[in-house]
Design a protein around this ligand. Structure first.
Ligand code: NAD
Length: 462
């Protein structure tokens, strides 16, 4: 089978076509990675740290080329693509320090003499399954910590972003990582399932349905797994908020990269008298970020990833319209070739409509009204897959109270819901996330097994 990726801004532009690995190819890649892992681990902290540092340098040296590839392959606006490349380099550099972090602790025995140690050890081969929307940063934020603590990695990227992943594999060679320690296996569900069946630890990011299947299959083998899945994120706007600032942030969170971030805002909840002025400001702010060519410097909202995605999103907007919703902004395909939808805002969407219950991964949001903060929090929490929620208010007490009561993995005050620093734990609430958090230091534990060592002086009576 051939894996092909196409430019979403120019659907006739084939970015790459490669042979899929097939399940046998995945099994072979895992075996080769397993053989290479022992040497990578034995090489020691300084060797691993230096290699990860060189990976950062290789990314930086190719920054313009990599940003252009992201723009072409997944339609990310060029300013954001540059940001993703910079973040990718920063993640490699950050985890380049991790090999020297303490790998365990020393404890006092409960009674008597002796030394109690905990030590952390890599599992072996980390199987990484990634989506297309952050085609360099997500593979990196999984691979870099896994490699830092001594695992080898086999990456199964999304077919839509296979060229970016293959470029990362080339940079791994340039950075001097040993052969087979960082492998990429092109393919789709078959290859993903084969990786889940063979790896020693699995990390997944993607849609909720696939993530749940990956968790079930991996944990069924008794193998550690983490999964980051879809989000249905809310923004709460209080009457005391700086509404101009909030509208700007919301427009970025709704329309930025055509809403194709797991942390994008799809429900805007205006509290009390904030509703009317926010509606006006938000319609204006969305009009300022029209769907446009992602290669253009000022573009905020590019195309969505493909024809099927666009049909699904426009279908949901049309069905809301038919059910009595009002389209306040956008709602239609942009008048240009490529898979573009104008940034869209709706109000009076009936309760229970799919736009309020499912992730559509497009530049679309629903405006909701809440009488007070309590109702706003109840509306925000009325989903099982909340990843990131933003709160817009000038009052710190209100913002902190909301942050305590919101059921979300990440809460951002006076900031767009999208975007979290790479050195902080990243993940969602309830069904948006399974297992360990990603990013930051916590993830180093995920990629290692802990063992407890008890040392007693020779001759100690039992
Ligand atoms: P997807 O679930 O379709 O695919 C994700 C990956 O899983 C791809 O590599 C795909 O080939 C693979 N896959 C498909 N079927 C599989 C199977 N049966 N077994 C194993 N692997 C399989 O998601 P996508 O369309 O690539 O990405 C968009 C989704 O990713 C959105 O839902 C978005 O919210 C989510 N996402 C979440 C986060 C987060 O951190 N929470 C970050 C980015 C994207």
């Amino acid at each position: 089978m051939i894996v092909s990726s196409y430019n979403p801004a120019e659907p006739g532009d084939l970015v790459v076509a490669v042979e899929a690995a097939g399940s046998d190819g995945v099994g072979a890649a895992v075996e080769r990675a397993r053989a290479a892992q022992a040497g990578w681990w034995a090489a020691g902290a300084a060797v691993r740290a230096a290699a990860l540092g060189r990976f950062a340098e290789a990314v930086e040296a190719r920054a313009a080329e990599l940003a252009a590839l992201i723009v072409r392959e997944v339609g990310k606006p060029v300013a954001e693509a540059r940001g993703e490349v910079a973040r990718t380099a920063a993640i490699w550099r950050y985890y380049a320090q991790a090999p020297f972090a303490p790998a365990g602790a020393v404890h006092e025995p409960a009674a008597g003499e002796g030394l109690l140690l905990t030590r952390r050890r890599p599992y072996g081969v980390a199987g990484l399954i990634t989506p297309w929307n952050f085609p360099l940063a997500i593979p990196t934020w999984k691979a870099a910590p896994a490699l830092a603590v001594g695992n080898a990695v086999v990456l199964k990227p999304a077919p839509e972003a296979v060229a970016c992943a293959l470029r990362l594999a080339e940079l791994a060679v340039e950075a001097g990582l040993p052969a087979d320690v960082f492998a990429v296996v092109p393919g789709g569900a078959e290859e993903g399932e084969a990786l889940v069946a063979a790896a020693d630890v699995v990390s997944f990011t993607g849609s909720t349905a696939v993530g749940r299947a990956v968790v079930a299959a991996t944990s069924g083998r008794g193998v550690p797994v983490q999964a980051e899945m879809g989000g249905l994120n809310a923004a709460l706007v209080l009457p005391d908020a700086d509404l101009g600032q909030a509208a700007g942030h919301l427009a970025a969170a709704i329309a930025g990269y055509a809403g194709q971030k797991c942390t994008a805002t799809s429900r805007v909840i205006a509290v009390g008298e904030a509703y009317e002025p926010l509606r006006e400001a938000l319609v204006k702010a969305l009009a300022a970020v029209p769907a446009a060519d992602p290669a253009e410097e000022r573009t905020v909202c590019g195309p969505v990833i493909g024809e099927a995605a666009l049909a699904r999103i426009t279908g949901a907007v049309d069905s809301a319209r038919a059910a009595g919703a009002t389209v306040l902004a956008g709602g239609d395909r942009a008048d240009r070739a490529g898979w573009y939808l104008e940034p869209t805002l709706l109000e009076d969407v009936p309760a229970g409509h799919p736009l309020l219950a499912e992730e559509f991964f497009g530049p679309v949001a629903v405006l909701l009204r809440a009488a007070d903060l309590d109702e706003a929090i109840a509306l925000a929490n009325a989903t099982s897959h909340s990843l990131a929620t933003s709160v817009h208010s000038r009052d710190l007490d209100t913002a902190l109270a909301a942050a305590d009561r919101l059921d979300a993995g990440m809460i951002r005050v006076n900031a767009p819901s999208s975007g979290v620093d790479f050195h902080l734990p990243f993940g969602g609430a309830r069904s948006a996330s399974y297992g360990s958090r990603e990013q930051g230091q916590a993830v180093l534990d995920f990629y290692t097994a802990s063992r407890t060592v008890t040392l007693l002086p020779a001759g100690t009576p039992r």
